[in-house]
Design a protein around this ligand. Structure first.
Ligand code: DGT
Ligand code: CA
Ligand code: CA
Length: 574
């Protein structure tokens, strides 16, 4: 079974967690976490590098030891080291770590101090009020644990879009190569670019005598076949992801693609319109009585019901049908519209590549500008810069800008917004920069009123350019902090600053609904990679997906501006 980057990353994360619970050396733990992040963001499959005999230590953050473990995992699918760690610790540890908000440190404390052996025991301990008494825990964290345990019990697992993409791409390549197969598309929430997917829905058109069903259920990565018929099958992959396959004749492809792309709510609304026109829509076509009037292409389905083609990212029954009917559909932003990236890190802090390499990689992608925005000193975990180090980086940027052609580096900072709304660096330092990216990295638990006020106050700062990852959520890991986003968006408008849509696969933050609000309020959104290595520019396509779900057009996005038009926007007038 082919091993994907996400599989290796998951093993490394587990190793890091278990090492942490055992109290291993911090540097060793961090090496595994960094490697996991690099692997999961890498656009090419490491397995292929291993097969080609490439030197893995060329990858950022991968030394000899990790390279050896990667080879072991890609060839055997397992890690001896992880298995040894598992044997050394009780099995409940793994279960506890699955609960959102319970990191290795806390799991260690619960396990050692309360002798919690199962999730049920943890639930009881929280209900009995025994957790609040532990050092480092309080009433609030006890409540968080209680809620997390209860949510965990009712939650069905969803896959991050980027992780699902790795499995989807490999499976599509496999299907596309089968004899008789014509077209292959991943439909469902994946095609609508939702930030997480419940399962994959793959549509295939094939000649009637093709063996696609047998080949699909026999695919190497299939762990279990739930059902398999002539035209549909449903399987579980070894990674836990379910895949539904539908095989249709080529002339039905458009109708089937429309049906399986969904969303369900969108489909229902389309069928209702069709009914009013005396038409019937299903996965085989659009029909008037027994006569088939459309269905070869998706466009034909929409045109048959009197609508313009609606892009998949909009199909959520959130006003797109009314817009299509009125001829007011947005012209959604595209990856090729981006002229630059306004949020990136280098190896001066917690990034992996040099300033020069980041610049060259951005240039190779056709970007015209790249802002370097390291963390400020407060964020010690990321080796934040102090004013002297920042000044040195600015000098280096000046030098590189003279040397390099075709790309301009902008001087920025990702400065911490402190709890009182002040910024983590003095004005004298900030005023030398081209842009100041403000970010909340601490005190996530403030009340809604306090958190909102904190951010509004930061925006009042004359040098503040945009708010990074505005909700602070980490997909499937950390809930957003509590803020009045409408108030923040309106304040941004008033103060002439902007919001970021951070394209990091863990974040995708601004949320799609907030993109829509920003657009309505006339606040520009900056779609940024938050790159920590040259590979991370690949994040941008997911940011674009999220922006499209939020109805954003080219003109709604800050960094679709050529540099000459960007400059005046960066200079705050208010
Ligand atoms: P997911 O998998 O939870 O991320 O979300 P989806 O949207 O991929 O949902 P899924 O996998 O249950 O179904 C895939 C598509 O199939 C869905 O987007 C629309 C279509 N579909 C499924 N069930 C129904 C249904 O009962 N009625 C209609 N009209 N369409 C359906
Ligand atoms: Ca699905
Ligand atoms: Ca499905």
């Amino acid at each position: 079974m082919p091993i994907h980057n996400a599989d290796i990353a998951a093993i490394f994360e587990k190793i890091a967690d278990l090492l942490e619970i055992k109290g291993a050396n911090q540097f060793r733990i961090r090496a595994y976490r960094n490697a996991a992040r690099i692997l999961s963001d890498l656009p090419q499959e490491v397995r292929l590098l291993v097969e080609q005999g490439d030197d893995l230590t060329r990858l950022p953050g991968i030394g000899d030891d990790l390279a050896g473990k990667i080879s072991e995992i890609t060839t055997t699918g397992r890690s001896n080291f992880l298995e040894r760690l598992h044997r050394e610790l009780p099995p409940v540890i793994t279960e506890l770590l699955k609960i959102p908000g319970l990191g290795p440190k806390r799991v260690k404390a619960l396990y050692h101090n309360l002798d919690v052996q199962t999730i049920e025991q943890l639930h009881r301990a929280a209900k009995d009020g025994r957790i609040r008494a532990l050092p480092g825990f309080g009433e609030k964290s006890e409540l968080n644990i209680l809620q997390a345990v209860e949510a965990h019990a009712s939650q069905t697992h969803r896959f991050k879009l980027t992780v699902a993409a790795q499995y989807a791409e490999a499976l599509c390549t496999f299907l596309q190569a089968l004899p008789g197969v014509q077209q292959v598309t991943v439909a469902g929430s994946f095609r609508r670019m939702r930030e997480t997917v419940g399962d994959l829905d793959i549509l295939v058109s094939a000649a009637p005598d093709s063996q696609v069903m047998q080949c699909f259920t026999g695919y190497d990565e299939v762990a279990e076949v739930f059902s398999a018929g002539e035209t549909r099958a449903s399987v579980l992959l070894k990674c836990g992801l379910q895949v539904d396959l539908r095989v249709v004749a080529q002339h039905c492809y458009g109708a089937a693609l429309h049906y399986f792309t969904g969303s369900k709510a969108h489909n229902i609304a389309i069928r209702r319109i069709a009914q009013q026109l005396g038409l019937k829509v299903n996965e085989y076509g659009v029909f008037r009585g027994t006569q088939r009037v459309a269905g070869d292409s998706e466009e034909s389905v929409y045109h048959a019901v009197g609508l313009a083609y609606i892009p998949p990212e909009l199909r959520e029954d959130r006003g797109e049908i009314e817009a299509a009917r009125a001829g007011r559909l947005p012209q959604l932003v595209e990856l090729s519209d981006l002229h630059g990236d306004l949020h990136a890190h280098t190896n001066a802090t917690d990034g992996h590549d040099s300033l020069r390499d980041m610049a060259l990689a951005a240039k190779a992608l056709g970007l015209e500008y790249l802002a370097i925005t390291e963390h400020s000193r407060r964020l010690t975990v990321a080796h934040g810069l102090n004013p002297l180090q920042l000044a040195r980086q600015c000098d280096e940027i000046d030098r590189l800008n003279e040397q390099l052609g075709g790309i301009t580096l902008l001087k920025g900072i990702e400065v911490d917004i402190l709890e009182d709304g002040s910024l983590d660096l003095p004005d004298s330092v900030l005023s030398r920069l081209d842009l100041v990216v403000g970010a909340v990295h601490s005190s996530f638990d403030l009340s809604r009123a306090k958190q909102t006020k904190r951010i509004l106050r930061a925006m009042d700062h004359p040098h503040f350019t945009f708010l990074a990852h505005p909700s602070g959520r980490l997909i499937e890991r950390r809930a957003p902090y509590d803020v009045d986003m409408l108030h923040i968006i309106r304040h941004a408008k008033q103060r002439g600053c902007f919001l970021e849509l951070n394209a990091h696969p863990e974040r995708l933050d601004l949320l799609d609904s907030h993109c829509q609000t920003a657009k309505e309020e006339g606040v520009l959104v900056s779609i940024n990679s938050d790159a920590h290595s040259t590979f991370d520019f690949n994040n941008l396509r997911y940011g674009i997906g999220q922006a499209r779900r939020g109805w954003l057009e080219k003109t709604d996005v800050l960094n679709t501006r050529p540099l000459a038009e960007l400059w005046p926007l960066l200079k705050r007038t208010m």
